[in-house]
Unconditional design. Structure first.
Length: 120
C-alpha cells in the first residue's frame, strides 16, 4: 500500500507594494506578531498555525493575487495533478535557495504554491 500524499496549508501570501505600511496595519491595527522580515520586499507574520506573508512582486508567487502555500512531500506530483485536473502550471517545480516549489492555478484560477524544504 502506497503512502498517502502529505499536504499542509502553511502560508497565505498577500500582495503589497509597501511593506512598511502593510506591516504597520497587520501588526499595530490587527495585532499579528512579526516572525521575520526580509528587507523591503517580504515579511512573515504569526497567524496561528498559518503564516501570513506580506510580499512585493519581488517575492510574491503571483503578484496581485492572494495565494495559499501548501507544504507538500512532492511539489512536482501535486503540480502535475492540478494541471491534469483543470488547473494550470504557472511555474514548473524548481529548486531555489531554500525549497523546491511549483506555482499553479487551481481549476477556478486561485493561486497555490506547493513547496518542500530542501533543508531537513
Amino acid at each position: 500500500m502506497a503512502d498517502e500524499p502529505s499536504r499542509e496549508l502553511k502560508f497565505i501570501f498577500l500582495s503589497t507594494e509597501d511593506i512598511d505600511e502593510s506591516l504597520k496595519f497587520y501588526t499595530e491595527v490587527l495585532g499579528f506578531p512579526l516572525k521575520f522580515r526580509d528587507g523591503s520586499h517580504f515579511a512573515a507574520l504569526g497567524a496561528g498555525q498559518v503564516t501570513l506573508a506580506l510580499s512585493t512582486s519581488i517575492d510574491h508567487p503571483i503578484p496581485g493575487k492572494v495565494v495559499v502555500g501548501i507544504k507538500s512531500d512532492d511539489p512536482d506530483r501535486d503540480a502535475a495533478l492540478v494541471d491534469a485536473n483543470g488547473g494550470a502550471v504557472v511555474q514548473e517545480a524548481h529548486d531555489d535557495a531554500h525549497e523546491r516549489r511549483a506555482v499553479v492555478y487551481d481549476n477556478a484560477g486561485n493561486g497555490i504554491v506547493f513547496y518542500r524544504s530542501l533543508h531537513r
